[in-house]
Ligand binder design. Structure first.
Ligand SMILES: Cc1cc2nc3c(=O)[nH]c(=O)nc-3n(C[C@H](O)[C@H](O)[C@H](O)COP(=O)(O)OP(=O)(O)OC[C@H]3O[C@@H](n4cnc5c(N)ncnc54)[C@H](O)[C@@H]3O)c2cc1C
Length: 335
């Protein structure tokens, strides 16, 4: 369907769609399969859109054209010692002639095992903190680049099987100056801008998972009888289904709003709402299925595990709340 280049310009093989269309696609994919939704979300919002919007024509030829047709792109920002604290990353970049030499380790890189290239961030001077960051495009088959084993995590290991994450180690990886995105020192700004988009993608992913949990619960409650009538006739179950519907719809509206009016505040708010709501909806779903809610023969426990991750990757819920508060007070000259 061309969704791996949803927002990419048509001249590079993309569909040229807007963020709202991509968010709807990620939501629907995640409703059917959370791992497919996650792969598509991260590939587009964190890799393809970045190259499409910030890459040079040469970078787009190498790092974009094939990536709308099956090659997968990654986004390697997190490190063993720095996740939320982006300015604290340690992957070191040293300019040597017309090449940069990269040394260090990235963690939790989604699709790195299957990916053909990654966006990454390094520091040329850790003392400069966020002002010392640089953004690069790195082919995954670069000499000195090593991928770790698939991380065994709660959802990825049992259910989100298609979505993988692993460490990426770089030992004297040589990257041409031409593969640097923006200017030396622009890395932090580029990373933050892209995370504004990523939150829309993960929020849409969470809405899809939540919708799927609601679908599961309604389907089960219609068929299962207790006290001589379907569960849907019990007031407590009706209340839970109603709560689930409201939580899904609120998250969906916040996500669509963030996709059409992109700002740090809107995308952080969407991710905060959608992640928390997905977890609450999945919890109701488990409850409605009773004992079967815990059984691996039914999808409720899968939704429960899938929903939890959406409050972690793409930025933890805690920092989303702080971002909303910061920009709210900034709008009111009250910082
Ligand atoms: C399945 C999966 C896939 C991932 N994919 C990618 C990927 O493709 N690319 C990538 O770069 N990363 C990826 N990540 C990493 C993810 O983005 C980080 O795990 C996340 O940003 C949190 O960083 P951390 O784990 O280092 O937690 P920390 O930053 O150590 O935070 C731990 C906890 O401390 C608290 N905390 C920390 N800082 C603050 C703060 N400033 N304000 C309030 N509370 C705070 C929060 O409670 C937080 O949950 C992935 C992670 C997972 C689990």
């Amino acid at each position: 369907m061309g969704l791996m280049g949803a927002c990419v310009a048509k001249e590079y093989g993309g569909l040229g769609l807007d963020y709202l269309s991509l968010a709807v696609a990620v939501e629907e994919l995640s409703r059917g399969c959370a791992s497919t939704g996650m792969i598509v979300s991260i590939h587009n919002f964190l890799y393809a859109n970045l190259v499409n919007e910030k890459g040079t024509p040469e970078q787009k030829e190498i790092f974009l054209k094939d990536f709308t047709k099956g090659c997968i792109g990654c986004f390697a920002l997190s490190e063993p010692g720095a996740g939320t604290d982006v300015a604290g990353i340690k992957l070191h970049a040293k300019l040597d002639g017309d090449c940069w030499t990269l040394n260090g380790k990235k963690s939790w890189v989604t699709s790195a095992i299957e990916g053909a290239a990654t966006v990454t961030f390094a520091t040329f001077d850790p003392e400069l903190k966020h002002k010392g960051l640089v953004c690069f495009l790195v082919p995954m088959d670069s000499e000195g680049l090593f991928r770790g084993k698939k991380e065994p995590i709660m959802s990825v290991s049992v259910c989100l099987r298609a979505a993988t994450a692993c460490t990426v180690t770089m030992e004297d990886v040589r990257i041409p100056q031409a593969y640097m995105v923006g200017n030396q020192g622009d890395g932090f700004k580029i990373a933050m801008g892209q995370l504004d988009q990523a939150r829309i993608g993960i929020a849409a992913h969470a809405v899809g998972i939540a919708q799927s949990a609601l679908d599961t619960a309604i389907d089960y409650a219609k068929k299962r009888e207790a006290f001589g009538r379907p569960l849907t006739r019990l007031a407590s179950v009706k209340d839970r289904l109603t709560d689930m519907c409201i939580l899904v719809e609120t998250a969906r509206m916040a996500t669509y709003r963030a996709a059409v009016d992109v700002s740090t505040k809107n995308s952080a708010m969407a991710k905060y709402i959608a992640g928390r709501n997905a977890a609450a909806v999945a919890d109701h779903c488990v409850q409605i299925l009773g004992g079967r809610g815990l059984s691996t023969h039914y999808p409720a426990e899968r939704h429960y595990r899938d929903a939890r991750g959406t409050q972690i990757y793409g930025g933890v819920t805690d920092i989303q709340k702080r971002l909303v508060g910061h920009f709210l007070l900034k709008e009111h000259d009250a910082l």
